[in-house]
Structures are given as structure tokens and as C-alpha cells.
Design a protein around this ligand. Structure first.
Ligand code: ACO
Length: 311
């Protein structure tokens, strides 16, 4: 049975009120938010790596400027989200250490390699497209700081999605080889993009409680279906084929029927065994180690300032 505090809390949630940092919240609510916001922040930070890989090799100055801006936006998203998590009483250093030790996750999608320039198109179009589909409803999530961070993040994500689609447009209207590269990128990123929404509802351990707390607004399968429904016409517009022979419009449901991703691959990737997991974490570990002197210098500086104020 719920305690009176928890009952009052649930009543606030049910009434659509936002929960703010100093308000009462059940420990489970706090823990779930730290897990989700922390993982989300890590995803933004690790998510810089597959695209950062192509900044030096962008085909034109304009493409380079756009990609650079996009990757910088991801860093900014990571920082807002770490700040939102900090309001729950966990430090950014703590979260980073949990990422590096493998205790916390980041999105499965960033464990796949970006092999060609067309992947920059596919990532922007599909990965940022899937991210927006998941994040637009999160603007209405029950925790105030997370909801507010999502507003700005979603504006920037829609620019990212468009710059990706624009790259795809250029590729499909280019040479036959460029069109082939665009198709190949779609073939490799389609199922990993579908996996971003998380396991199917029957295997989603957190959905029911997270939805009761309005941390999550939709189930994983609802958002995945919405993404498929919106993306299929975009692929048709590009003249590309989604790599799913079972994909078809279902008159009765008003949705596309599609083949589920290979869930054993998903669980393998989130267990640390995807193609790039080791590499991604090594890069983050190196950045953390190389930044140690900056963190130490900042603490020393703050202490010196405090001592001067006392004197
Ligand atoms: N990648 C890695 N781990 C995942 C993924 C994924 N795509 N989907 C689910 N998981 C993990 C969950 O974290 C959970 O593991 P845990 O208990 O160790 O944390 C487990 O799989 C079971 O999944 P669910 O019970 O469905 O988990 P949850 O309710 O947290 O739903 C979801 C997962 C939909 C990703 C949710 O956390 C969410 O909406 N997060 C915010 C959005 C986000 O993180 N986006 C990042 C990618 S996009 C970008 O940043 C550019």
C-alpha cells in the first residue's frame, strides 16, 4: 500500500502537475529519473562520436559547418541533461564514472560504425528522426527540469533531422554510386534505428511504472510504430527501399505492418557486445583521463578564491 506522501505525490502526477527538484518524490521516482536522464545525457555525449568521425572528411565547407554545428549541439544537449540530473542529487562526475564502469547505459544506436558519408545522411534522417519521435512527448514528462530541457533539445533535433534528410536528397539525386551508398546506409541503419525505442512492450521492464509516474508518455511500441508510419513515405520520396520485405500498409489498422528488429542483437549490443562498444567507451575514458588536470585546476582555483575571501 502507498504511504500518504506517495498517495499525495501520485495525486499531483494524476492532476498533471510538474514535480520540481525540492518537492517530495518517492525514491523509485528519483532513481528512475536519474537512470533515464543520465542515460539520455550519456547518449548525447557518446552520440557525438559516430558523426565526429566525418567532420574532417565532409565533402564541402557548408556540409562541414553544418555537421560541426550539429555535433556541438549534441554536446550541449548532454550538458543540459547532466544539469537536469544534478537537480536530483547526483553529480556529473558520478554519472560519468558509472558510464565508464559500464553500470549505466547509453543508446544502443551509437555502437554501430559510420562507414561512408551517406551514413551522415542516414544518421540525421533516421537516428535524429527517432530521437525526436521519442523526445517530443518527453516535453510533457512530469519532472519539470527534464521537460524544460526537452523543449530546446527538440528544436535543435528537428534541424538535425532535416540536415540529414538534405544529405540523403543530395545523395539520391547524385550519381548511381551515390544513390547506392544512400541505399546501403538505409539498409544498415534501419533496424538499429527501430531498436532505439527500446524492447517490445512485453519485455519493457520499466514502462508500466514510468508511465504511471508520467516519466514516459508513450510505450516503446507506440513510438516505434509512429516512427515507421512517418518514415516510410519519406523513404518513398527519396526513392529508397526500406530493407523489410514484410513492410506493408494495413488498411484496417491504419498503420504499416513491419518486421521487428532482431531482439537478440539488441540485447547483445546493450550488454556491451555491439560492433563499437569497446571503442566508444575507450574514447570517453581517454577524454575523462585527459581532462583530469582541468578538473583539479578548477577545484584548486575555487579553493584559492574562497581562502582569499575569508582572509
Ligand atoms: N539503448 C540502450 N539501452 C536501452 C535501449 C536502447 N535503445 N532501450 C532500452 N534500453 C534498456 C533500458 O535502459 C533498460 O535497461 P536498465 O534497466 O539497465 O536501464 C532495459 O533496456 C529495458 O528497457 P525499458 O524497460 O523499456 O527501459 P525504459 O523504460 O527506460 O525505456 C527508453 C527505454 C525508451 C530509451 C527510455 O529510457 C527513454 O525514453 N529515454 C530517453 C530518451 C533517450 O535516452 N534517448 C537517447 C537516444 S537519442 C539521442 O540522444 C540522440
Amino acid at each position: 500500500e502507498m504511504s500518504p506522501e506517495d498517495r499525495a505525490f501520485q495525486d499531483r502526477i494524476d492532476a498533471g502537475e510538474k514535480i520540481e527538484p525540492k518537492d517530495y518524490m518517492p525514491e523509485g521516482y528519483r532513481k528512475t529519473l536519474i537512470r533515464q536522464i543520465g542515460q539520455h545525457a550519456h547518449s548525447e555525449i557518446v552520440g557525438q562520436l559516430p558523426e565526429g568521425n566525418w567532420i574532417t572528411r565532409a565533402p564541402t565547407l557548408e556540409r562541414k559547418a553544418n555537421l560541426l554545428a550539429k555535433v556541438q549541439d549534441e554536446a550541449g544537449h548532454g550538458l543540459y541533461l547532466y544539469c537536469a540530473a544534478e537537480t536530483l542529487g547526483v553529480s556529473r562526475d558520478d554519472l560519468t564514472e558509472q558510464l565508464l564502469s559500464g553500470k549505466m547505459k547509453y543508446s544502443s544506436i551509437f555502437n554501430y560504425p559510420t562507414l561512408t558519408w551517406a551514413d551522415m545522411g542516414a544518421v540525421g534522417w533516421l537516428v535524429d528522426g527517432a530521437a525526436i519521435m521519442n523526445q517530443v512527448p518527453l516535453q510533457r514528462t512530469s519532472y519539470g527540469p527534464y521537460a524544460r530541457a526537452m523543449v530546446r533539445i527538440c528544436k535543435e533535433e528537428s534541424f538535425h533531422q532535416r540536415q540529414g534528410f538534405h544529405i540523403m536528397m543530395a545523395m539520391v539525386n547524385g550519381t548511381a554510386e551515390q544513390k547506392r551508398m544512400a541505399q546501403d546506409a538505409l539498409n544498415r541503419f534501419w533496424y538499429p534505428a527501430l531498436m532505439m525505442f527500446g524492447p517490445s512492450d512485453k519485455d519493457s521492464v520499466h514502462s508500466a511504472q514510468s508511465m504511471a509516474w508520467k516519466i514516459k508518455i508513450n510505450t516503446n511500441d507506440e513510438l516505434r510504430q509512429k516512427f515507421v508510419d512517418e518514415t516510410v513515405p519519406q523513404a518513398e520520396y527519396l526513392g529508397l527501399t526500406i530493407p523489410d520485405e514484410a513492410l506493408s500498409w494495413n488498411e484496417e489498422t491504419g498503420h504499416y505492418d513491419f518486421t521487428e528488429p532482431d531482439w537478440s542483437e539488441f540485447f547483445d549490443v546493450i550488454a556491451g557486445n555491439g560492433p563499437c562498444n569497446t571503442d566508444r567507451l575507450n574514447v570517453r575514458q581517454k577524454a575523462w583521463d585527459e581532462g583530469a588536470w582541468v578538473r583539479e585546476a578548477m577545484v584548486a582555483h575555487a579553493e584559492k578564491k574562497r581562502a582569499r575571501k575569508l582572509a
